[in-house]
Design a protein around this ligand. Structure first.
Ligand SMILES: Cc1cc2nc3c(=O)[nH]c(=O)nc-3n(C[C@H](O)[C@H](O)[C@H](O)COP(=O)(O)OP(=O)(O)OC[C@H]3O[C@@H](n4cnc5c(N)ncnc54)[C@H](O)[C@@H]3O)c2cc1C
Length: 382
């Protein structure tokens, strides 16, 4: 393990690994420290949907630019990350929601996104197994270029490419302290070795809050336990991810045929509890079969939990903090950190390697929480 690096990244999830790849490509000496195995955090638990339909400009813009990167990422990294564009169909349930949707779609179209507002009778043209009455939908939006990728394959492909470019990735190694001198980063202490560095990126998912406390920075992050399930493999039935912000449900059919999806339940609690619940299974089965009655007789194979690292406005915290030179945030993804990881790593690389900032990084800095006027992302489940 190296004892010196240009940049130390804490966390071997999709964000840490994608950033390691981009920084190494710029010729920087990068070390990643991951306490378990790559993808062991939220990344390995996630639904890995890739959606560009957001209510805030930053999220939409980050996702749109990320899709452009995803489209050629398998080729760039030399491994198939199973990126597919089956679209996202978002159910709309009442006039109030429709008004917000119209605003969102106008903003998304102004960024160049092709997104349609569907009448109820058009919904089954996109996802034939849906029961529009059962869904209680008055319409939907559909963006055909939204999609899905494999979160494990994406993370491993980034890590392999980063290693080929000289990055060092240490798994089963825990960061225990971050040292500063005169309000600037000096070193990262791990349970194996201390690494001298002037730049630390905090990409530790829900544990980013405790990493920041090591240098006396308070992050407004909250761990939300989420449950998710996968069914047995079925023949191909539909291509799009189906989602409802009101019901909180999301589900899609994977390449191998399983249906993967989740829904928030009232028992869902803030905290680090990983125990899955029977209440989730019951509620998920009830809602899923209300949306798609044809799925009533299929078998559920497995069910697991993961965590969202949620911020007060459901938008990530990115970039250098004012109080400690060289201490950068890459966390607070609030349930959508997989889909924007390509662009997040690009913007952070521009900042670290070239000192170039961007409107997105400015608007998503920790500083924004000092202002009373924060714009909340509304297009979220749970
Ligand atoms: C059920 C569920 C469904 C989701 N669905 C989607 C979706 O459809 N689309 C989407 O875009 N996003 C989704 N998300 C969110 C997405 O998974 C996360 O936003 C994203 O994976 C975050 O990646 P990350 O690399 O920032 O963090 P993580 O993957 O959490 O990685 C952080 C890593 O830091 C490590 N770490 C922590 N502390 C230390 C330490 N002290 N020392 C060393 N290492 C440490 C952890 O072990 C972990 O591996 C979902 C999340 C869940 C839980």
């Amino acid at each position: 393990m190296k004892s010196k690096a240009d940049v130390v990244i804490i966390g071997g999830g999709v964000n840490g690994c994608s950033l390691a790849y981009r920084l190494a490509k710029k010729g920087l000496d990068v070390v990643v420290v991951e306490k378990k195995y790559l993808s062991s955090g939220a990344t390995g638990a996630c639904g890995a949907g890739i959606r560009q339909q957001w209510s805030t400009r930053e999220n939409a813009s980050l996702a749109i630019q990320s899709v452009k990167i995803f489209e050629q990422l398998s080729k760039e990294l030399g491994q198939d990350i199973e990126f597919r564009q089956g679209g996202y169909l978002i159910a709309v349930h009442d006039e109030k929601e429709m008004k917000q949707v119209e605003k969102n779609v106008a903003m998304q179209r102004s960024l160049g996104l092709k997104v349609a507002i569907l009448k109820p009778e058009e919904i089954t043209d996109v996802v034939p197994i849906l029961d529009v009455k059962g869904m209680r939908a008055i319409g939907a939006t559909f963006c055909p270029t939204d999609g899905h990728a494999n979160p494990f394959k994406t993370t491993f492909a980034y890590a392999d490419a980063a290693r080929r470019l000289g990055a060092e990735i240490n798994t089963h190694t825990t960061v225990t302290d971050v040292k500063t001198t005169q309000k600037a980063i000096r070193a990262v202490v791990t349970d194996q070795k201390t690494i001298q560095t002037s730049v630390v990126v905090n990409a530790a998912g829900i544990y980013s809050k405790s990493i920041a406390e090591m240098v006396k920075i308070k992050l407004p992050l909250c761990p939300f336990r989420k449950e998710i399930m996968a069914t047995e493999r079925l023949q191909p039935l539909f291509e799009a991810m189906v989602i409802s912000f009101r019901d909180g449900i999301y589900f899609s059919q994977q390449k191998e045929g399983q249906i993967v999806g989740g829904i928030p339940i009232s028992e869902e609690k803030v905290g680090y509890k990983t125990m899955p619940t029977f209440a989730f299974l019951q509620y998920m089965a009830q809602t899923l079969t209300r949306y798609a009655p044809i799925l009533k007789h299929i078998n559920l194979l497995r069910h697991w939990t993961g965590f969202y690292d949620v911020t007060p406005d459901a938008r990530p915290i990115l970039g250098e903090v004012k109080e400690v030179k060289g201490f950068l945030q890459c966390n607070g993804f609030s349930g959508h950190g997989f889909m924007i990881s390509p662009m997040v790593s690009k913007l952070l690389t521009d900042l670290i390697a070239d000192g170039k900032t961007s409107e997105e990084l400015e608007n998503l800095s920790l500083e924004r929480f000092k202002s009373k006027k924060i714009e909340k992302e509304l297009s979220v489940v749970g």
